[in-house]
Design a protein around this ligand. Structure first.
Ligand code: X5A
Ligand code: ZN
Length: 654
């Protein structure tokens, strides 16, 4: 298959491509649908074919990796597992073994696919290192970056990128001493991070959704304070997003203010990209919105290093159209025979600047260039509410916002031409909205009363959940809802429920207890609630923010069926938000035919509060005065009465 670069054109870049349909023989044993399925690489291959790319590249055939190379990063145990798992003698045990691991399936084709995936990256990496190829893209599966030394994980069997990285370092005649790994898959590259934790020859950079350790793979491995150890200290860089919906502007800001300055200093001999495309717009797992243009910009900026020696290895990416379009955009960048077109109009999130600042601070002892202050105007610009739409011309343009746009503009000027052809099939606005549809439009037609008993009784605080932002006393800003229309009506009501205060600190308010409402009513108690009439779509966004959980944009957390069962059973505990403290949606009756819903802890949480397993704790001053302010604003209570009500709720035994 070794083929056909157009040998007539002298200075065309030699770009290697590897694909092998044997990697399609790895699929779920029961034929169940799975995001990591054979169609992924098939879709990419077909796309490149129909775009006429294959003729312009050097197409190589895949080879299985040899055990000795895999052994550089995996245990003997692991190698034996992956080698044997597809053989007949494992037929009866295979599924039981897979179940022991986190997000792993095996079938008869898994072993061969895993060896081909690793072998393909080895093959192109060596050719790029030698200069036989300028760059390459390995279109492989299963992916690799979650696979650890002794454990397949997160759809990954062999850590393909790590295997290739080790080979390049170990074959001394290749003259590769320093390798930059850029992991832009939406998930943290936990496996790769661990494999080079102590190794200063490998600069591992991962940008990923993190959400304070709640996003897959949960835990704190992806935190920005994980910087490597021993001689490897400072050579592990994590950029952990606080929320979903990150897009081109967020990624490019991280490139400009973290990755590129460090990479300049590091000066790699070759760059390997763990190229997952699950941060792409429309991806069902990622919930981010990077466009093909965004990926091509990120890649373009990396081509300035190591004389453009770049090896890309596919990781995640689960929306077939976004995946194929993004890979196509990248291969066109590698081929370098077409100027980049497109633009990023949105600004980065406020949280993005916060994350960038934190990363720079953590790493500046190792990379002095990061000690330079970010331009002050970048830091202090107004926290924008969630900006998904790229045509947000009505977003208030304080001067801070202008500066950021100009800065990004400048950064990309040399390669940008106005308007996007690269967003083929990813016409920004339509596609961005497509992630939220159809459930959003469906649920936007139903109104509910969101009944609040805590700080949300204070209207300006509640509006943070709708418009985004931060009020007095809050430690961190809220993202806001996608639909930013204010509540249609506000009213106050009393209910025969017990208000109490539990937990001893929160991310939003800092130390002190926060309000909970006992999900069952009882005739002795009386609670004052402020009701906001919002759409069920907005209620979903509020629920997610209340539970500081990941924004999985592909489906609602509380849909019409859930509403129905809440109304029948009085409450419904939402499994997807189970780590949150307010995941129990309680139906409190209706007002003018519109259901009243509140969110609080579950009955079993109440038992835990009673038994002392969870702390009961009075509210801190600031939080309590927010509550009193809210109650007084509702005009049902005077200030003294409100204070007495809060005091009683925080002192009376449950
Ligand atoms: C390679 C990759 C994702 C695993 C998600 C498991 N893995 N829930 O994207
Ligand atoms: Zn991923």
């Amino acid at each position: 298959m070794e083929s056909n670069s157009d040998s007539t054109t002298e200075n065309r870049r030699r770009v290697g491509l590897i694909y092998d349909e044997r990697m399609c023989r790895h699929f779920t044993p029961d034929g169940e649908g799975h995001p990591e399925n054979p169609n992924r690489i098939l879709a990419i291959w077909n796309k490149l074919q129909s775009a006429g790319i294959l003729q312009r590249c050097v197409v190589l055939s895949a080879k299985e990796a040899e055990d000795e190379y895999i052994a550089a990063v995996h245990t003997k145990n692991h190698i034996d597992l992956i080698k044997n798992i597809s053989s007949k003698k494992f037929d009866s045990r295979r599924e039981r073994i897979a179940a022991k691991y986190n997000s792993i399936y095996f079938n008869e084709g898994s072993s061969e696919a895993a060896y081909l995936a690793a072998g393909s990256v080895l093959e192109v990496a060596e050719k790029v290192a030698k200069g036989v190829l300028d760059s390459a893209f390995a279109i492989i599966r299963p992916p690799g970056h979650h696979a650890e030394e002794n454990e397949p994980m997160g759809f990954c069997l062999h850590n393909n990128v790590a295997v290739a990285t080790s080979l390049l370092l170990n074959k001394r005649e290749l003259g590769i001493n320093k390798i930059l790994i850029v992991d832009w898959d939406v998930h943290h590259g936990n496996g790769t991070q661990k494999m080079f934790w102590n190794d200063p020859r490998v600069l591992f950079f991962s940008v990923h959704r993190y959400e304070f350790g709640r996003f897959y793979p949960a835990g704190d491995d992806g935190s920005h304070i994980k910087i490597g150890e021993g001689p490897g200290a400072g050579y592990n860089i994590n950029v952990p997003w606080e929320n979903g919906w990150c897009g081109d502007a967020d990624y490019l800001a991280v490139w400009d203010h973290v990755l590129i300055p460090i990479a300049k200093d590091f000066s790699p001999d070759i760059v390997i990209i763990s190229a997952g495309f699950d941060a792409a717009v429309g991806d069902p797992l990622g919930g981010c919105c990077v466009t093909p243009y965004g990926y091509s910009m990120m890649l373009k900026k990396l081509m300035k290093f190591a004389q453009g020696k770049i090896v890309m290895a596919l990781e995640g990416g689960y929306n077939l159209a976004s995946l194929a379009n993004s890979v196509l955009a990248c291969v066109e960048v590698l081929l370098e025979d077409k100027p980049l077109v497109g633009s990023s109009e949105a600004d980065p999130f406020e949280s993005t600047w916060r994350v960038i600042e934190a990363v720079r601070e953590e790493l500046s002892p190792f990379w002095p260039i990061l000690k330079d202050e970010l331009p002050r105007k970048l830091i202090i610009r107004q926290a924008p509410p969630i900006q998904i739409s790229t045509s947000d011309s009505d977003v208030e343009n304080d001067n801070g916002t202008h500066i950021v746009s100009e800065d990004l503009e400048k950064a990309i000027q040399d390669v940008v031409q106005p308007f996007s052809e690269l967003r083929v099939g990813v016409n920004s606005n339509d596609d961005v909205n497509a992630i939220y549809a159809p459930w959003r439009s469906e649920l936007s037609n139903t109104d509910v009363w969101y009944a609040t008993f805590g700080s949300n009784m204070c209207k300006s605080r509640f509006l943070c959940y709708i418009e985004g932002g931060q009020v007095e006393g809050m430690r961190k800003p809220c993202a806001g809802s996608l639909d930013k229309s204010p509540p249609k009506e506000i009213l106050w009501k009393t209910f025969s429920h017990r208000l109490f205060f539990g937990r001893d600190q929160t991310k939003t308010w800092g130390p002190g207890g926060v309000a909970f409402l006992h999900p069952e009513s009882n005739s002795q108690d009386k609670a004052y609630l402020c009701l906001y009439r919002i759409t069920l779509e907005q209620f979903n966004d509020v629920l997610v923010q209340e539970n500081i959980s990941s924004f999985d944009t592909s489906s609602p957390v509380f849909d019409l069926t859930d509403l129905d069962s809440a109304m029948k059973k009085r409450y419904i505990s939402l499994e997807v938000l189970k780590r949150g403290w307010y995941h129990n949606v309680v139906y409190m009756g209706n007002e003018n035919g519109i259901p009243i819903l509140t969110m609080t802890c579950t009955l079993s949480d109440v038992e835990s509060f009673k038994s002392g397993k969870f702390p009961l704790c009075a509210p801190a001053k600031e939080y309590a005065s927010t509550l009193v302010g809210g109650l007084v604003g509702g005009k049902l209570l005077s200030e003294d009465e409100a204070m007495a009500y809060i005091l009683e709720a925080s002192t009376k035994p449950l």
